[in-house]
Structure formats: structure tokens, C-alpha cells
Design a protein around this ligand. Structure first.
Ligand SMILES: Nc1ncnc2c1ncn2[C@@H]1O[C@H](COP(=O)(O)OP(=O)(O)OP(=O)(O)O)[C@@H](O)[C@H]1O
Length: 326
């Protein structure tokens, strides 16, 4: 089941409130509006089974786009087809084949245990008893939910709740999944678990997934392809590795030596830091083999590490307006 988006736009009209009371009174009669262009002319295609990262700074338009894809918001202009359906028509079949998980919103019912919400979803999505039991067993095992099922939702930790949210969203076996910040606020260990679960679920069920996350670890672990949006416009649609190479044409080379010699390090690359027993250099990608060979020949090297720059750096560069990312 694929996702097709063409020249999608969303504008919000916001009533401008006046500060002074005379202005406020006047605005009762003559309302003034301010137009927010949250999404501007974006187009992309996600084929069946692909998992794509959707990145952008705060207020870039990610949630607005996802809400339109899930049928919660009506686009101002443009076309969307999700699994062959037009989302805002809200057909029952459409709702049965997709799911939306928002890290900051809960679909679990607060005062009752997750199991009860799962049963509510079973009724809403008309899931057959046998299929329900099978899917539930699988999700309980994958997400280690057994001890959580009968506790009241409000007593669960954020991470435990998030795992139950994922289960609730997947019980009807959606073919398309929208995940908006599914790991937000989780500790590193739970983040990693949720991330692994999403990857496994995608591989095993060939679910098409669009994922937003502020954690670059989620994106690098799960997505080969990313969409980058800023100020409502799509800046980049493509391979994450290609983007990294384009925006950061260097790698970080870390050298561990018993004694750091006092030599002009800048002839090998841009010196980032010299610490006790350690030198870090930014070296142009094409010079990496030659520079590493020279170090290994000339010095008593204890360890030599070559890494791509941190993903945060790549993404910050990509977000910058006028970036050459597209
Ligand atoms: N219901 C609304 N009414 C008015 N403006 C809105 C509404 N929803 C979103 N916006 C505006 O649209 C723009 C895009 O917001 P959106 O929530 O889509 O960004 P985002 O990329 O998801 O950001 P974040 O990473 O902070 O969640 C912002 O300027 C926001 O203030």
C-alpha cells in the first residue's frame, strides 16, 4: 500500500487578537486574520513497505502533513492517496488499513487497563476473535506487555504506555503507519527497544511507515530515505547517505597515540581537538585513505577511528534556508 502526495498545501487562518481594549473592541466588528502557510506545495511518493523519515525543525509542517495523510485535516489544495484512498473522505476501509501514533497524544483510555482499550479497538475495527488473539499474542511478546495489560493506564510509565500505544495502533494490522515522535520523552533503553520493534514490524509485515522523530538515532537506524521539510516546503527527498556526503564532504578521523606530537596537523585536515592521547581531525572524504595510511606509517597509532559527522550536524545544515540539499 503506497502513499502518493501531489502539490499538497495547508493554510490556517488565525484571528489576530488586538492588545489594547479599544482595538480589541474594534476587532469584534472587523475581524483581522493572519494566514499561516503550514504546508506549501509538497509532493512525494512512498512505495509499499518502505519506511521513510520525515524531518524538520519545530513548526516546519510535519504534524500538519501527517494529519492530512491520516484524514484528520482537510488540505487547502493538492491531492493525497493513501493505499488508494482519499484520506479526508474518512471511509471505514481507509481507517481499517492505516494507523496513526502520536507520541504526545494518547489513544489509551486513562482510567482503565490497556487490555480494555484493546478490546474497544477490537469492536471498533471489527477484528475477528481468532485474529485478535493471534495479533495480541504477537504484540505482547514483541513488546513485552504481559505485566502491563491489566494495570490502569494512568499508573504506567511513559515508556510502558508508549509500548501499549503501539500495540493499540497495530491490533487491526494496518498496512500503513504514521508515527509522529513515537520515542519522545523515553529513556535511551526504551527508545532503542521501540526503535527495534518498529524495524522488525516493518520487515515482517511490509508495513509502509512514515516516521517523524527528533532523535536522529531513530532515523539513522530505521530509514534509508528521508524527506526534509522547512517552513512548509520540501527541501530534500532522497537517500540519507547521499545527503550526508553532499552536505558534509568530510569525515571525522580520531587518532589515539601514546604521545601527541607537536606537528602541523592542519596539513592533514581541519583540526577539531587535541586532547591527551587523542587528536580529532575533519578530513575531506577523498583524502581519508591517504591520510590514514600516512598516520599508520609515521606514528605509533593505538587506535584509528573514522566516522561520519554526527547526523545532527547534517540535519542542521539541511534545515538552513537556501541549503543546496534539494
Ligand atoms: N490548528 C492550527 N491553527 C493554526 N496554525 C497551526 C495549526 N496547526 C499548526 N499550525 C501552524 O502550522 C505550522 C506547522 O506546524 P506543525 O505542527 O505541522 O509543525 P511540526 O513540523 O510538526 O512541528 P513540531 O516539530 O514542533 O511538532 C506552525 O507554524 C504552526 O504554528
Amino acid at each position: 500500500m503506497s502513499i502518493e502526495v501531489q502539490q499538497l498545501n495547508k493554510q490556517f487562518q488565525i484571528h489576530v487578537r488586538q492588545a489594547g481594549w479599544t482595538d480589541a473592541l474594534r476587532s469584534l466588528f472587523k475581524r483581522e486574520y493572519h494566514l499561516v502557510e503550514a504546508v506549501k506545495d509538497i509532493s512525494f511518493h512512498i512505495p509499499s513497505g518502505e519506511i521513510v523519515g520525515f524531518l524538520g525543525p519545530n513548526g516546519a509542517g510535519k504534524t500538519t502533513t501527517i494529519k492530512m495523510l491520516a484524514g484528520l485535516l482537510h488540505p487547502t489544495a493538492g491531492q493525497i492517496q493513501v493505499g488508494g484512498y482519499v484520506p479526508f473522505e474518512q471511509k471505514a476501509e481507509f481507517k481499517k488499513m492505516m494507523s496513526l501514533v502520536m507520541g504526545q497524544k494518547s489513544q489509551l483510555i486513562w482510567d482503565i487497563p490497556p487490555m480494555e482499550t484493546f478490546l474497544v479497538n477490537k469492536a471498533i475495527y471489527e477484528i475477528e476473535e481468532r485474529t485478535f488473539r493471534q495479533t495480541l499474542d504477537e504484540l505482547v511478546e514483541l513488546l513485552e506487555l504481559e505485566p502491563l495489560l491489566t494495570k490502569p493506564t494512568r499508573s504506567l510509565s511513559l515508556g510502558q504506555r508508549m509500548k501499549c500505544e503501539l500495540a493499540a495502533a497495530l491490533l487491526h494490522r494496518p498496512k500503513i503507519l504514521f508515527l509522529d515522535e513515537p520515542t519522545i520523552g523515553l529513556d535511551v533503553h526504551t527508545q532503542e527497544k521501540v526503535r527495534q520493534f518498529i524495524g522488525k514490524y516493518n520487515r515482517e509485515h511490509k508495513t509502509t511507515i512514515l516516521l517523524t522523530s527528533h532523535y536522529m538515532g531513530d532515523v539513522t537506524a530505521l530509514c534509508d530515505r528521508v524527506l526534509i521539510i522547512n517552513h512548509g516546503k520540501l527541501l530534500y527527498d532522497g537517500d540519507l547517505k547521499v545527503l550526508t556526503e553532499k552536505l558534509t564532504p568530510y569525515k571525522l578521523l580520531e587518532l589515539r597515540l601514546p604521545d601527541v606530537p607537536n606537528i602541523p596537523w592542519n596539513t592533514y585536515g581541519e583540526l577539531v581537538a587535541v586532547e591527551e592521547g587523542k587528536v580529532t581531525l575533519r578530513v575531506p572524504r577523498e583524502r581519508i585513505p591517504e591520510v590514514s595510511a600516512q598516520f599508520l606509517q609515521q606514528f605509533e597509532v593505538h587506535d584509528l577511528n573514522i566516522e561520519d559527522p554526527p547526523m545532527e550536524e547534517v540535519i542542521t545544515l539541511a534545515f538552513q534556508e537556501g541549503s543546496h540539499a534539494s
